[in-house]
Design a protein around this ligand. Structure first.
Ligand SMILES: [Mg+2]
Length: 187
C-alpha cells in the first residue's frame, strides 16, 4: 500500500484559466499560460496576486472546477488497489467545506483532506510515499524528504521533469502509466 498525496490546483484541474480570468477581471492583466515558465507570477503586484488567488478559492470557484480527464478514474483505481489518498491544497481552512463538497461532487475518493500552508511538513508527518503536485517548490522539498515527486507537466515545472528526476505526464493517463511501476514497488 502506498500513501499518495494529491495537490488540487493545476494537478486535479486546470487552474490556470481561472486565475487568468480573475486577474483580467480585477486588474486587466493577462497571465498567458505558455509564458509562465517560472513559479512566481511577476505580472501582478504581490497584494494583487494574493487577492486573485483568494478569489480563485471562493466557494463558487472551488465548486465549478472541472477535473482533468482521467484524474478521478485514476484515483478511483488507486483507491481500489488499496492505496491511501491524502488530498492537500495550499488554500485557507475556510475553503475546506467547499473543497470537500467539490471532491464529493466529482466522485473523487480520498481518505484525508488538508487545506493549509504546510503541505510538505504534513506529508512527512503522514509518511506519504508519493506527492503529485505541480509546484516546483513542493516537488523539490518532497524529493529532499525522500518522497517520490510527480506532476502534470506545465511550463513552470517542465525543467524539473526533464532534468531533476520528477515523474511527469502530459495528462493523467500518461502520469498514471508512469507511476504504475513506482506504486507496484511500494506494494
Ligand atoms: Mg497546484
Amino acid at each position: 500500500m502506498a500513501k499518495i498525496a494529491l495537490d488540487i490546483d493545476s494537478t486535479l484541474h486546470h487552474y490556470w484559466d481561472l486565475i487568468d480570468r480573475v486577474s483580467q477581471e480585477r486588474y486587466g492583466v493577462e497571465l498567458p499560460y505558455e509564458e509562465q515558465t517560472d513559479w512566481g507570477i511577476t505580472l501582478l503586484e504581490r497584494d494583487q496576486l494574493i487577492a486573485c488567488v483568494e478569489e480563485t478559492h471562493s466557494d463558487a470557484n472551488v465548486l465549478s472546477a472541472q477535473p482533468y480527464p482521467g484524474a478521478v478514474e485514476t484515483v478511483r483505481r488507486w483507491k481500489k488497489e488499496g492505496h491511501w489518498i491524502h488530498v492537500t491544497s495550499h488554500r485557507a481552512g475556510s475553503a475546506y467545506a467547499a473543497t470537500e463538497q467539490w471532491l464529493s461532487s466529482i466522485g473523487m475518493p480520498y481518505d484525508d483532506l488538508h487545506c493549509s500552508y504546510d503541505k510538505i511538513a504534513r506529508c512527512v508527518e503522514l509518511g506519504v510515499h508519493v506527492l503529485v503536485d505541480d509546484s516546483p517548490v513542493n516537488l523539490r522539498q518532497a524529493r529532499a524528504e525522500g518522497i517520490v515527486a510527480a506532476t502534470i507537466v506545465h511550463p513552470w515545472n517542465q525543467e524539473l521533469v526533464e532534468n531533476d528526476g520528477v515523474i511527469g505526464g502530459a495528462d493523467w493517463p500518461e502520469l498514471s502509466e508512469r507511476l504504475e511501476p513506482v506504486l507496484k514497488k511500494l506494494g
